[in-house]
Design a protein around this ligand. Sequence first.
Ligand code: DGJ
Length: 326
Amino acid sequence: MEKYLISAVIWMAGYVMMAATPPIIVPGAIWPDNRGEHIQAHGGGLTQVGDTYYWFGEDRKQSNPRGRRYVSCYASTNLAQWTFRHQVVQLADPANLGRGWILERPKVFFHAPSRQFVMYAHIDNRTYKYARVAVFTCATVDGDYHYLNSFRPLGHESRDIGQFVDDDGLAYLIFEDRPFGFRIARLSTDYLNVDKEICLIPEHLEGGAIVHYDGLYYALGSALTGWDPNPNRYATAKTLAGPWSDFKEIAPPEKNTYGSQSSMLVKVTGTRATTVLFLGDIWKPNTQWDSRYLWMPLEIGAGKLTLPEPRDWTLDISTGESRIIK
Ligand code: DGJ
């Protein structure tokens, strides 16, 4: 009897240890959701509500009916295991954009005063000349988002967009305005518009992302090389308005950001550490549904930021600690 009791205790201890080991994230691999399907959230972004992260991105599934453009939403409490929630946007061409029109890089902001979710996305025609943002709203995080309108933020061309919510809760849109550079602009108090330009960084960068870490802002982006990877670069500043430092590569330039392109920077603060994650896309232009993700913890601090060589890793969401495992 005692023997069985001891084995049961050992088994339980093993089970508890296993349960306590965070799941592994494998950069560049097929990333199955709870249904076993590769996650369709390309060019995406994360929105945190309470303990849950929601990942929104372009849904480029092969079986999607043609003509419409799709955004899907997934939920996770550990950033590794994702549950498909809903195809939150299934938009028909809203402005006679014509064959091959595009909807890219959706980003969702939670507007606390109205408890409304506001999505921004880049919409365009196939030649990328329309250069506008589309705005959608929804009363729930993973419901059907309703298209509101589209516009050029502050009258400027806008292609790739990124989102940034500062530690003080203020929300910003980052957008690529060719030929001037990339702009950081604050959202209006209801989040439905872009209110005020904070900075124009005169660099030709897209896939713009920002994080505030240990008293410094870090902005990064990729060069304009279509779907092909290039050496992504970053700069730092004490305030969002700048002045920004010179831009430097985030990884050895010959690695071309390990085949990926920036989409977002996410700061995870736990009980023991703060980890900043690089969220990037590995695009497969001819088989977009199979495009992969390169998520990695960054080496960051004292004005330096490095994307390490992709390896399998884990994140303990409660302590904030990440660990490279092989
Ligand atoms: C690079 C952008 O970052 C992508 O979102 C997409 O617009 C491609 N260019 C299209 O070539």
